[in-house]
Design a protein around this ligand. Structure first.
Ligand code: TYD
Ligand code: MG
Length: 458
């Protein structure tokens, strides 16, 4: 008989160790490592699915098939009813897929899923399982949000075994589990929310979705630093992981895709939280741009690229004399290391030094810009702030800056320019290689090749 082995697992990131240690070397959290009996945990989740599936007629492992003859007659994707949500998922809900929705408490995960279920239930069978709220609470919210609750099946349940067997009976097309952290799998000793419970629960639901073709949405909590709580394996086993974020403007929520097996990642959808629930924002560029009429030094609009579409945001830079021997470099919404790099490029190639100045950069509206096309607007905003010369309102910019001081083209240059024109901008500063071959009417395109030219522009 094999001896039951114990491992030490970090409750924050799920890293395994052979002996106990005080601080997790993977994630740096203290006192999160505890002993877990390995044999007790293995396979409890898949046994749960096996037990449930024994009552689900006609479903079993598919055996060996020819890829060309796999049945595709069923419509592969369902629409959530929100084009923003559909786009984040890569064009709708894929049958048999598992989607993890993370977010801070109060971000609106339960609201979003309840509203989605309300629309979906008009055409498809849905089952909403709530482990956090009572049936009364959900019903009250549905009533207040004026959701058509006629066709929504709902259950208050925290056992994965029961959820799987209920789903086998009800045969929904979409199953919602709110949330994975309160669920438990029969046969595992540890408390709900612990690493082994979350891991086995998620694995069981994933296996269940694949075997039955039911699309499963799981709600996941996030830790204080904004990453999904529970083991990393949670993100590995799901098909799609999205985060509902609340930026600095509490009215707006952005739905951001971090992993997607069926579409582009980094896709965002924007929602507004109103007293009647979440409402989608079809033209997010308009809300992230400042509505002020006066022009101030240090502010500039830029075109970034999010997933499959351009997004216009306002970038602000502030340069001020430093009172410390170590001047501060602080960014909100962009990469801090990239700012240091750009300051060096400006110094070395444009003879422009900010060594005795504090430098702050902020992306308005709580948007996170990971695109390198923010380099040119960022430098322009800093120059504008330092020289105290405002850039006029109709100007927008994008472009990457290389270490030798050259301005490099970015992908989708044409689309970015067209989006800027659509939003009414009159002057677009672009990398030389992104400039359109033919002249565009109604907009002045200013191609730039080197950082020194940025100085002349201001
Ligand atoms: P909820 O979906 O319960 O959040 P989560 O499940 O992510 O924890 O959302 C609750 C928040 O949304 C709460 O802060 C209040 C706000 N809200 C509104 O502003 N309007 C509404 O109509 C609803 C339902 C919620
Ligand atoms: Mg909730």
């Amino acid at each position: 008989m094999s001896k039951s082995k114990s491992v030490f697992v970090c409750a924050n990131c799920g890293a395994h160790y052979s002996r106990w240690q005080g601080i997790c070397s993977e994630c740096g959290e203290a006192a999160t490592i505890s002993e877990v009996l390995e044999s007790a945990a293995t396979n409890a989740g898949s046994q749960a699915v096996q037990r449930a599936l024994s009552g689900f007629a006609g479903q079993s492992g598919s055996g060996i098939q020819n890829l060309g003859t796999v049945d595709l007659s069923e419509k592969p994707r369902l629409s959530t009813g929100y084009s923003e949500f559909d786009r984040v998922l890569g064009g709708g809900i894929v049958r048999g897929s598992v989607v993890l929705i993370g977010g801070n408490p109060g971000a609106g995960k339960s609201t979003l899923l309840l509203q989605t279920v309300g629309i979906l239930s008009e055409r498809n069978r849905v089952l909403y399982v709530t482990g956090e709220e009572s049936l009364n609470q959900v019903a009250l919210r549905a009533q207040r949000l004026k959701i058509n609750a006629q066709n929504i099946s709902i259950a208050a349940e925290t056992s994965i075994d029961n959820i799987c067997s209920m789903a086998c009976t009800a045969k929904p097309e979409v199953l919602i589990v709110d949330s994975i952290q309160v669920m438990h799998v029969q046969g595992i000793e540890s408390a709900p929310g612990s690493v082994s419970q979350v891991r086995e629960g998620a694995a069981a639901l994933t296996q269940f979705a694949k075997r039955t073709g039911i699309a499963v949405f799981m709600v996941g909590h996030v830790t204080k630093d904004g990453t999904l709580a529970g083991p990393k394996i949670l993100e590995h086993c799901v098909d799609c992981s999205v985060i509902l974020e609340c930026g600095t403007d509490v009215r707006y929520r952005t739905l951001r895709c971090q992993k997607n097996r069926f579409g582009a990642v980094n896709e965002i959808g924007v929602f507004a939280m109103t007293d009647a629930g979440l409402r989608e924002v079809k033209n997010p560029s308009a809300i992230f741009l400042s509505r002020q009429d006066t022009v101030a030094a240090g502010s500039l609009a830029m075109v970034t690229w999010e997933g499959t579409r351009p997004l216009l945001v306002e970038l602000q830079g502030l340069v001020d004399v430093s009172l410390y021997s170590n001047p501060r470099r602080l960014t909100i919404g962009t990469d801090q290391n990239r700012l240091s790099m750009l300051l060096s490029v400006l110094h070395r190639h444009a003879d422009f030094s900010l060594a005795d100045q504090d430098v702050f950069v902020n992306v308005v509206g709580g948007v996170k810009v990971e695109d390198t096309s923010s380099d040119v607007p960022l430098c322009l905003a800093l120059l504008s702030s330092f020289l105290n010369k405002p850039i006029d309102k109709g100007t927008i910019a994008f472009g990457e800056i290389g270490l030798t001081g050259e301005i490099r083209p970015v992908p989708y240059g044409q689309e970015r320019i067209l989006e800027a024109v659509k939003q009414g901008f009159l002057r677009v500063i672009v990398p030389y290689d992104n400039a359109p071959r033919r002249t565009l009417t109604g907009v002045e395109v200013v191609p730039v090749r080197r950082v020194t030219e940025l100085m002349q522009l201001i």
